[in-house]
Design a binder for this molecule. Structure first.
Ligand code: ADP
Ligand code: MG
Ligand code: MG
Ligand code: MG
Ligand code: MG
Length: 602
């Protein structure tokens, strides 16, 4: 994977000189691979999930918790089986942005059989156990979307102090040592994004105002903070959060474009349903999701660009790719005329050309001197350079060079859930949705501007119950272009003559030959999704929020103290075995549970 190439990274000043070179050649590489692979047919459904984890250290004597900067030590061990027997491993491990994070995926992608949906959870559980086994007894790998006290004094183990004068981020809170140091990509991105931007990262999240929260809420010694906001100033505050992603292989490029387009309107809905990030830097926020934070955390735009380029390179997509989607592209799509023209002359159709040209408005922010000169007929690293630093809700992935992999689409909005059961439920729900969309030729398309409106709403506190989202009145007739505001429950569970996504999935499952075990597992997953949408079960965000605000040590001042955080991390560690009916209901766990993770001994 070119993303993990190890070489000599260039500074922004050096990278800048090559920016046009990377872009012109990256576009040429896309044209070449498109010419080679546009007619590729007959790939079968394959798919896989990615789960990110945070390593948490418990100090039981002082009741403190911190993030353990151990990824670089455990990753080589976790990856040894893959190095030895790449064909037969249960899981693949990858570095992530922070040195307290690891990312795990299944050893091989899953296939189209319903029975594959029944092994997702067991594989996630086995993965968690694999990672857990590499950790000392006082550390636990948790699938939490954010460490609540990330950026608070002494939040890392070992403790490192931030160096605002000299660190790559210049952060007041986030030390360089918390950035993964085992690969140059992450510090390089941090430094170059800040250099390109011309200033530190500036993230302001509205604080949840409780009765004893100072009003206005102002932190001393933090000049950049806007009153009543939680201020964050480093890439790590966003990229150091964990998410859940799913990648699908389509049978050809046209099916990939259809999937990409139809999954896009589901991004905000799934974001609201999986909301899991109500805490930032030791405070309770007035939002439930990490999306705007991570978006701000890599916003490399200069002030003069912000008018014309309306989003960060981490944000929701701006355009549909399929013929059917074209008429719903109603927001301005910025690109360089020469890039667009080159793509058209290279034989790319206008919709795909505008998508690629739009990705290429971003400059490269990580470039290795060894990778400057490439063979555009064979390599695609310049294309991948820009593609892999456009972090959007959906990603359209062309087949890698020299591989048996087809055209793929990645679904990227979801926040990671606290347990394997929930993560498996979310993943299986999305996989089933793709099957239903393709089998019944459903249409979720709506004006992109409405999808963006939905993205903003999805992040609000308790959006799953309190907000309404634009959705199609009729998803079975693509000519009926009418939309109305619906609750997540109406979208998921149906209302009046709108069937709801779950009933379509049920119809689909009934039409398939699904073995009893898989059917039983899937019903538990659908039940979880249905009840979350209905408010009968809490989202992770709601559950986390309630845990903090009902903690005996909570002073109604919006602060997540060490004590609250410690108790919360302990409670999350025990979730797989100690019942938690508000969050999980009573019927959780797939039928093929292989292993229950080792729970930390308190
Ligand atoms: P990235 O971080 O760039 O998205 P990863 O390698 O971390 O890439 O994750 C890729 C995901 O795609 C994994 O879940 C993997 O199981 C899945 N995957 C691998 N090969 C295929 C394929 N041929 N079709 C669909 N998904 C695949
Ligand atoms: Mg990955
Ligand atoms: Mg990742
Ligand atoms: Mg990734
Ligand atoms: Mg991914």
């Amino acid at each position: 994977h070119s993303k993990y190439f190890r070489g000599s990274p260039l500074t922004w000043e050096e990278t800048k000189k090559w920016a046009e070179h990377v872009k012109t050649n990256g576009i040429q590489q896309f044209i070449n691979l498109y010419k080679r692979l546009q007619h590729r047919q007959g790939d079968c459904l394959k798919w896989g999930d990615e789960v990110e984890y945070i390593i948490v250290r418990f100090d039981h004597s002082s009741k403190n918790t911190s993030v353990s900067l151990r990824a670089n030590e455990v990753l080589p061990i976790l990856r040894q089986p893959e190095n030895d027997h790449p064909e037969s491993v249960k899981s693949l491990w990858r570095p992530e942005y922070a040195s307290y994070m690891v990312e795990g995926t299944p050893g091989k992608p899953y296939g189209a059989l319903p029975a594959h949906l029944n092994i997702v959870e067991a594989n996630m559980t086995a993965r968690r156990k694999e990672a857990q086994q590499q950790l000392p007894l006082d550390e636990t790998v948790l699938s939490i979307a954010n460490f609540p006290r990330l950026g608070c004094p002494g939040f890392t183990y070992p403790v490192f102090n931030p160096k605002p004068e000299s660190s790559v981020s210049r952060s007041l809170f986030f030390p360089d040592e918390a950035i993964f140091q085992g690969h140059p990509r992450f510090t390089t991105l941090t430094r170059n994004i800040r250099s390109r931007r011309g200033s530190k990262i500036d993230i302001q999240v509205p604080i949840f105002k409780d009765v004893n929260t100072p009003s206005p809420f102002i932190e001393e010694g933090v000049d950049e903070q806007k009153p009543d906001h939680i201020y964050m100033d480093a890439m790590g505050f966003g990229m150091g959060c964990c998410c859940l992603q799913v990648t699908f292989q389509a049978c050809n490029i046209s099916e990939a474009r259809t999937l990409y387009d139809n999954l896009a309107p589901l991004c905000p809905i799934m974001l609201a349903l999986t909301a899991a990030t109500p805490f930032f830097r030791g405070h309770i926020a007035d939002v439930d999701c990490r999306w705007n934070v991570i978006s701000g955390s890599v916003d490399c735009r200069q002030p003069s660009e912000r008018e014309r380029i309306r989003k960060s390179r981490y944000d929701s997509i701006d355009s549909y790719l399929s013929e059917d989607g074209a008429e719903f592209n109603d927001i301005p799509i910025v690109y360089e005329e020469e890039h667009y023209k080159a793509l058209l002359e290279g034989g790319i159709d206008p919709l795909l050309a505008q998508h690629v040209a739009h990705l290429f408005i971003r400059d490269p922010v990580s470039l290795f001197s060894e990778k400057i000169h490439q063979d555009n007929l064979k390599d695609s690293d310049h294309f991948e350079n820009i593609q892999s630093t456009n972090w959007q809700t959906m990603r359209f992935k062309p087949p890698p060079p020299e591989s048996s992999i087809g055209w793929r689409v990645e679904f990227r909005p979801c926040e990671v859930q606290l347990t394997d059961f929930e993560n498996a439920a979310v993943v299986c729900f999305i996989v089933l949705l793709t099957r239903v969309v393709l089998s019944y030729k459903l249409c979720f398309l709506m004006p992109m501007s409405k999808v963006d409106e939905n993205m903003a709403r999805a992040q609000k506190k308790n959006a799953v119950l309190d907000e309404k989202f634009w959705f199609r009145n009729d998803i079975r007739n693509k000519d009926k272009k009418e939309y109305s505001l619906m609750t997540v429950s109406e979208i998921i569970n149906g209302k009046d003559d709108f069937p709801g996504l779950i009933s379509l999935i049920q119809t689909y499952l009934n039409s398939m030959d699904v073995d009893a075990d898989s059917q039983c597992t899937l019903q538990k997953y659908l039940c979880l999704i249905s009840k979350r949408a209905r408010g009968e079960l809490d989202t992770a965000a709601k559950w986390l929020r309630d845990f903090a605000t009902s903690h005996p040590g909570y002073k109604k001042d919006s602060v997540i103290t060490e004590e609250i955080n410690y108790d919360l991390m302990c409670r999350i560690s025990s979730l797989p075995v100690d019942p938690c009916p508000n969050l999980l209901g009573t019927l959780y766990g797939s039928k093929t549970t292989e292993d229950v993770p080792d729970i930390l001994t308190k």
